[in-house]
Write a protein that binds this ligand. Structure first.
Ligand code: ATR
Length: 275
């Protein structure tokens, strides 16, 4: 049997490295590969999962949203984030889940020893990743959440989407990125920072040294956003641990295996070498 990560482009995906490391360790008779596909082929992939020719897929950009129309049963998280990154077949149904947000939360909790309850949060971006993270933050009884985004309309949509579940979510100004005083964690959920010279400039006034700067980007290992924050004395974390932990949650959905912290570390070492 095979598993795939599907998307376009897919050349640089680290998912096969991560999953094959665990597949080997747990001696499972499957192979995980990457497959670049066009939008038109999503339906065929789902049909192959339904007929158990493929065990499941991870879905990456740009299909996390478009795949949802082929799913029979979406998890609450997938519904909340309007996106699916993990697909599997169970009891005659195609299931879709989204492990990105959970992976992010786990990463911050475990790597930074951070407890989200009642914390003040500043989010940059209003794309798919922000939806995934916000849907999980909601479950953590966090304090007020402030969101800034370049495009105002997308920011409006996101804040309206979550307002009914979380009344203390607020819009923040994009032209002068200023997290409120004593913000506990600042999260970049945008792709801005992947290219050289792309810097998200933050007004650090009012922040304390315990503020965490988190970026979902893992390539480069340190974005300009993280570098500047680190040089100011703030704690920082990139997106590699999140990537591994969202993969671990997918792995559990397919095989029912709860991976250990050592498994997480092994996969991270492999990715670190490959990056
Ligand atoms: P999705 O994740 O839904 O596919 P995306 O188009 O990849 O969305 O964008 C993700 C986020 O990155 C968005 O918040 C986007 O801002 P806009 O809503 O203004 O498009 C943000 N983003 C991407 N490129 C950016 C840039 N050059 N400057 C600022 N924000 C950027």
């Amino acid at each position: 049997m095979k598993l795939f990560v599907i998307g376009k482009p897919i050349k640089h995906s680290l998912s096969p490295l991560i999953h094959n490391c665990w597949i080997k360790k747990y001696n499972i008779d499957v192979k995980y590969e990457k497959k670049e596909i066009d939008l038109l082929h999503l339906e065929k992939i789902i049909s192959e999962i339904r007929h158990e020719k493929i065990k499941g897929v991870n879905v990456t950009l740009p299909y996390k949203k478009s795949i949802t129309r082929f799913i029979d049963e979406m998890s609450q998280t997938a519904k909340d984030s309007e996106a699916v990154n993990t697909v599997f077949f169970k009891e005659n149904k195609i299931y879709g889940d989204n492990t990105d947000g959970k992976g992010f939360i786990e990463s911050i909790e475990k790597e930074m020893k951070f407890d989200f309850e009642k914390k003040k949060i500043f989010i940059i971006g209003a794309g798919g990743a922000a939806y995934g993270i916000l849907s999980q933050l909601n479950k953590k009884k966090v304090g007020p959440v402030f969101v800034a985004n370049r495009t105002k309309e997308k920011l409006n949509n996101l804040v309206n989407h979550f307002k009914s579940k979380k009344s203390d979510i607020f819009q923040s100004n994009w032209s002068a990125l200023k997290p409120p005083d004593d913000t506990d964690i600042i999260i970049n959920t945008t792709s801005f920072g992947m290219k050289k010279g792309e810097l998200i400039e933050i007004n650090y006034k009012g922040l304390t040294n315990s503020t965490i700067f988190a970026d979902i980007i893992y390539k480069p290992k340190e974005t300009e956003f993280l570098k500047f924050a680190r040089l100011q004395g703030f704690k920082t974390i990139n997106g590699l641990d999140m990537l591994i932990r969202q993969a671990a949650i997918s792995f559990n959905l397919w095989f029912g295996i709860s991976l250990t912290e050592q498994d997480i570390k092994n996969a991270k070492d492999i990715c670190d070498k490959a990056c």
